[in-house]
Design a protein around this ligand. Structure first.
Ligand SMILES: [Zn+2]
Length: 440
């Protein structure tokens, strides 16, 4: 998901509704918590690299590489992800009993590519990667993909993996400089945010560390993160690039950088991403990691973020702070874009209007009851008109998810639309994800 072209001027200064003590169900609860983890898993990771190939009509998945890595920073109690967020899921079953013992949803850049014009005329193959806690016994790992026609998940890959297999790479990778920006406790009980340096040369590593510290302060000055600082660890990994900056392919500029990032993703000048998931995963092999923000040493406006995959933004643009929390909204909490007036590379049917999108902060009204109906003030009409009585409150306002008609958002303004403060619906989704990742 990308950032909009021109931010709307913010005409209001209303404070965020306080989100203290929100009610509602959490994303997931491990039934028997820690003991389940110890029964099935060791405190290290199994990284699974796989290819996704296809076009607009279909996709397939194929295994590429398995790696044993030394840390598991994810939850140890919340092992089953019942949120339904994401275009894909990794499901892990105990082979002996067929019991589901781990699951987690995620998005990929490949699935966005599948909605572009290019995908109507050619087939591509992209590398992706997921990490799961390291199994003690043989497991069956399944990757499923969501079918946009009916929003259901279908199996793309299913394979048995023995933890003792000689086909698992157990080697070390490059030891990059890892800086603890903030440490509040054992990673399994914290949301571990990792900043990766992109486009910083060896001589610019001090700048990277200073930028990562500045971004950390920006995050924890932003509601609702400001009240949850003690639930986060923050790390910075100092990847060294040969050249400063990033690619601007539309202008013929190419830089030799650690993570092969660039603007002009899918032809959009401001859409800054990298398809190089292997290098990203190589960079975090020895750091606890629940969320990745790739900090790009550049000044030009741009960024991108995909749920439970990574987010990216530039260090030195005047709107850097807004882009950062917006993109992290996508990658950390699965939030959709609430804007609908900017150019995007997707077809109009990015969100089919006859299905309820999975993102928590938009609705097609197909199943609004599963969204923020419980946060609507009594008597609020659905849809909600843009009248003074409603415009500073939670409602169901038409326009969002790149479409002016047929998709609805919770508040007139929000970080996910125009860099205003997060609306209460997005705030709740962020809070719930912090709870999930910090094993609450
Ligand atoms: Zn919102």
């Amino acid at each position: 998901m990308k950032i909009k072209t021109i931010p709307v001027c913010l005409l209001f200064t209303l404070a965020m509704l306080l989100m203290d003590g929100f009610t509602g169900t959490a994303l997931a609860r491990g039934n028997s918590g820690q003991s389940t983890f110890d029964t099935y898993f060791e405190k290290k990771s199994l990284r699974i690299d796989f290819a996704l190939s296809g076009d607009v009509a279909s996709q397939t998945a194929a295994l590429q590489q398995l790696r044993e890595e030394p840390l598991w920073g994810g939850p140890q109690r919340n092992l089953i992800d019942s949120s339904g967020y994401g275009g894909y899921y990794v499901n892990v079953y105990d082979k002996a009993t067929q019991k589901l013992i781990y699951s987690r949803g995620f998005n990929t850049l490949f699935e966005e590519w599948r909605t572009t014009e290019q995908a109507k005329t050619e087939i591509q193959s992209w590398t992706n990667s997921v990490s799961i806690p390291y199994p003690r016994q043989e497991v069956v790992v399944e990757i499923t993909g969501r079918d946009r026609k009916d929003m259901q998940f279908r199996t793309l890959l299913k394979t048995a993996i023995s933890p003792a297999s000689i086909f698992i790479d157990r080697g070390r990778l490059k030891d990059n400089k890892i800086t603890r920006i903030q440490y509040t406790g054992e990673p399994s009980g914290k949301a571990d945010l990792v900043f990766l340096a992109e486009g910083y040369t060896a001589a610019e590593q001090d700048k990277f560390e200073a930028d990562a510290r500045r971004f950390t302060e920006l995050l924890f000055a932003t509601p609702p993160y400001d009240t949850r600082r003690s639930d986060f660890n923050v790390w910075a990994v100092g990847l060294i690039s040969e050249e400063s900056g990033t690619d601007v392919s539309g202008k013929g500029i190419f830089r030799q950088t650690a993570l092969n990032s660039g603007y002009y993703t899918f032809g959009l000048d401001r859409y800054l991403t990298t398809p190089d998931m292997k290098s990203i995963r190589d960079a975090v092999w020895n750091v606890a990691c629940d969320a990745i923000f790739i900090l790009v040493n550049a000044e030009t406006y741009g960024g991108g973020g995909m749920y439970n995959f990574y987010a990216m933004g530039t260090a030195d643009n005047e709107r850097t702070a807004g882009v950062f929390v917006h993109e992290l909204g996508h990658s950390f909490a699965g939030l959709a874009d609430e804007y609908f007036t900017s150019e995007v590379a997707y077809d109009a049917d990015f969100y089919p209007l006859d299905a309820e999108p999975w993102e928590p902060n938009i609705t097609t009204l197909v199943d609004f009851g599963s969204k923020w109906a419980d946060l609507l003030p009594a008597g609020t009409p659905v849809p909600t008109p843009l009248e003074d009585a409603y415009t500073d409150k939670v409602g169901v306002f038409e326009g969002g998810g790149y479409l002016a008609k047929g998709i609805y958002r919770p508040k007139v303004h929000c970080t996910m639309r125009d860099y205003a403060p997060f609306c209460p619906v997005c705030s709740r989704a962020i809070q719930r994800m912090i709870d999930f990742l910090s094993d609450k």
